[in-house]
Design a protein around this ligand. Structure first.
Ligand SMILES: Cc1cc2nc3c(=O)[nH]c(=O)nc-3n(C[C@H](O)[C@H](O)[C@H](O)COP(=O)(O)O)c2cc1C
Length: 334
């Protein structure tokens, strides 16, 4: 399916609400490839969203978070809960506690996708087993793996995927780094695409900072087969991004992004706000426990962007409120 795209543009899966069925359908109908994000969802919710997309398009993919063994330190998690307590008090809610460690129902999601095949499955945060790849391939599903440095590109290549997304440091949201305890690579998207050929013969998809057709053209020229675009779609009309998040991306009040573990315990790029600044000195490895720990604070912050995880790539200045099809159309010349 990657070979038959009208526009070599993949809408990034964006867990947590932004990449809903409406966005995926709009992007695929416009000639790109729409992606659903299964992260944080139950198997049933993932299945329902797949059904919704199928009503609008047959060209789409589903993205899974690959779980890992829990590397966190319980004492460090308790210390982080203590550091969050004053913020909770200000919001008038109970002091937070570390949330549970879980596998995001990953095995059950793979089983569902084997029994109910979709055209493409991509994986982030790590690599699937060769057995999971073989099971999905056997039902006709294309496999896409994420990587953020040469070592990860080589490891992904060994699984013989259809394509490897190389995610550069500009990228918004969680870094795709294999293993949450690892420090995220600082290589740019262009650097990674340029060196990828030394490590793989697979299709390379460039992700991170793709905010214009010129940037995309440059990456295709450096060897990418397609681009994966996230941040630019956060403000698409169809995207399920919170209104406060959409507004923060376009209102001109935010100038910088920062890579932080403050919200989830895993490195992610977000707009720099009061939450990231207050927690800058308290970074702790602990995904998804920190995600669950900060959830009540984020919920209590409601419409106040200073208390939200405003995921954003470094190119967020290009965001505009407009239909997704208009964004895809901009890339049609590629
Ligand atoms: C809000 C948000 C959520 C994301 N969630 C996921 C996800 O669930 N799975 C995934 O593989 N990548 C996820 N990403 C990363 C994207 O796949 C992609 O690497 C990134 O958006 C590309 O950089 P850009 O944001 O500069 O376009 C997310 C990115 C954002 C901005």
């Amino acid at each position: 399916m990657l070979d038959t795209l009208c526009v070599p543009l993949i809408q990034a899966p964006m867990a947590g609400g932004p990449s809903n069925a409406a966005l995926a359908v709009a992007v695929s109908q416009a000639g790109g490839l729409g992606m659903l994000a299964a992260g944080y969802k139950t198997v049933e919710a993932m299945a329902a969203e797949i059904d919704d997309v199928r009503a609008g398009t047959l060209n789409f993919g589903v993205n899974l978070f690959v779980p890992e063994a829990d590397p966190s330190d319980p004492e460090a998690l308790d210390a982080y809960a203590t550091a969050l307590a004053p913020m909770a008090a200000e919001l008038g809610i109970e002091a937070p506690e570390p949330g549970p460690f879980n596998d995001d129902q990953y095995p059950a999601k793979v089983d569902y996708l084997v029994a109910n095949p979709v055209p493409l499955v991509s994986f982030t945060f790590g690599l699937p087993t060769a057995d999971d790849v073989a099971r999905l391939r056997s039902v006709g599903t294309e496999i896409v793996l994420n990587a953020t440095d040469p070592e990860e590109i080589s490891a992904a290549d060994a699984l013989h995927p259809d394509a490897i997304v190389v995610q550069g440091a500009e990228a918004g949201g969680h870094r795709a780094t294999h293993g949450q305890a690892k420090e995220p690579s600082e290589s740019s998207t262009h650097e990674l695409v340029s060196l990828a050929r030394e490590y793989t013969d697979r299709h390379v998809i460039a992700a991170g900072g793709v905010t214009s057709p010129e940037i995309a053209q440059n990456l295709l020229g450096a060897g990418a087969s397609a681009v994966q675009v996230g941040t630019l779609f956060l403000t698409a009309d169809e995207a399920g991004t919170k209104d406060a998040h959409k507004d923060a991306l376009v209102n001109g009040q935010y100038r910088d992004t920062v890579v932080t573990r403050a919200f989830s315990g895993r490195a992610a790029r977000a707009l720099s706000n009061r939450f990231t600044e207050r927690m800058a000195a308290n970074q702790v490895v602990g995904y998804p426990q920190v995600h669950y720990m900060t959830a009540p604070l984020r919920a209590a912050s409601a419409d106040n962007p200073e208390g939200l995880n405003l995921w954003a790539g470094s190119g967020f200045g290009a965001c505009q409120a407009r239909p997704a099809a208009e964004i895809v159309a901009e890339f049609r010349s590629l």
